[in-house]
Design a protein around this ligand. Structure first.
Ligand SMILES: NC(=O)c1ccc[n+]([C@@H]2O[C@H](COP(=O)([O-])OP(=O)(O)OC[C@H]3O[C@@H](n4cnc5c(N)ncnc54)[C@H](O)[C@@H]3O)[C@@H](O)[C@H]2O)c1
Length: 323
């Protein structure tokens, strides 16, 4: 395959950094962009010495300029965990609206193909289960999660408009919960929260009665799905996630077994608008992309746990650093 020039926004974040590794691994040139609002340069520091890697410390929601040609743009910049977007709702709204507009303009100018990172949150608290791409969702626009969910819905709409009006080559991936090394311990998502609590010898906090479900996709599976979608000729949204569904209570039991912690689970009230069930229908991804997740949760969790255990002690003690 020809060497491509690929812009990845949100490159210092969890998913963006794994995408950088993927494209560098394939021999492409990566232009990484991030304003570090929730990301961490340590996620990509191993790439700085490479000639085919460059980094722009830049806010995507402001005017962006990238010299030279671009073949692909992957727009992954956005706070992604509830703890982050509840703290910075305006930046969250801006990056998926103004930021996406900037990215689409850049793609048009460079004649690049653009893939935007949407989310299962566009389905809100879903009434259809499992969620198929033609389900329109059940989102509360004025609830606490509205800033994220509605921004992502706008992102999809403006991406479609650029495709329809300007003939831009666009791809939309709807990502379901993904996990793996480089997640932040303090990002509020259930997996790092449970592992962090187990490592600190604290009880595991379950919100609600633990009967709500999630399905967790290991990061290497997700990256492969995204890569196949980018290379496909399909412009409508595609779910990428792992359909293996589990209740939060069962997941807590798995973490207790994995970590060997003597602690127990304690229940706390469910946050407003927390989705009760989540499971992707991945028929489209299977049929269009020949993609299915292959990493078993048992194996992915072990690698992720080993990663968190390898972090220096102070990241555990000082929750605000949280890496
Ligand atoms: N991780 C998941 O399970 C998941 C699920 C669904 C969708 N997504 C989407 O994938 C993308 C990446 O998520 P993640 O889990 O890696 O989150 P993350 O917080 O680890 O990474 C996001 C990155 O974007 C950067 N960023 C945020 N606003 C920016 C701006 N205005 N300009 C430049 N950079 C900015 C942050 O600094 C960070 O490095 C997000 O768009 C998110 O909505 C993730």
């Amino acid at each position: 395959m020809n060497k491509k020039r690929v812009l990845i926004t949100g490159a210092a974040g969890f998913l963006g950094s794994h995408l950088c590794d993927k494209f560098i691994g394939l021999g492409h040139h990566v232009v990484a962009m991030d304003n570090l609002i929730t990301g961490d340069l340590r996620n990509i520091e191993h790439l700085f010495k490479l000639e085919n890697f460059e980094f722009y410390h830049q806010d995507v929601s402001k005017y962006i300029h990238v010299p030279g040609e671009l073949d692909y743009i992957l727009h992954f910049a956005s706070p992604a965990s509830p703890i982050d977007y509840l703290k910075i709702p305006i930046q969250t709204l801006k990056v998926s609206s103004l930021g996406t507009h900037n990215i689409l303009g850049l793609a048009k100018n460079k004649k690049a193909r653009v893939l935007v990172a949407s989310t299962s949150e566009v389905y809100g608290d879903p009434i259809v289960h499992p969620q198929t791409e033609d389900y329109w969702g059940n989102v509360n626009p004025v609830g606490p999660r509205g800033c994220y969910d509605e921004a992502k819905r706008f992102m999809e709409a403006i991406t479609m408009a650029y495709h329809n009006v300007h003939g831009l080559e666009t791809r939309i991936v709807r990502i379901f919960n993904t996990y793996g090394p480089r997640m932040r311990l303090n990002d509020g998502r259930v997996l790092p929260a449970f592992i962090g609590q187990a490592l600190r010898g604290e009880d595991l906090t379950v919100f609600g009665d633990g009967s709500q479900t999630r399905s967790f996709c290991y990061v290497s599976d997700l990256v492969e799905g995204i890569y196949r979608l980018l290379r496909s000729d399909y412009h409508l949204p595609v779910n990428i996630g792992n359909p293996a569904e589990i209740t939060i209570k069962e997941f807590g039991d798995e973490i207790i077994k994995l970590t060997g912690t003597k602690q127990k689970m304690i229940l706390k009230p469910l946050p407003t608008d927390d989705p009760k069930q989540r499971k992707p229908d991945i028929t489209k991804a299977i049929e269009l992309l020949g993609w299915e997740p292959i990493v078993k949760r048992e194996d992915g969790l072990k690698v992720t746990y080993d990663y968190f255990r390898s972090l220096p002690d102070w990241t555990l003690k000082h929750k605000e650093f949280g890496r």
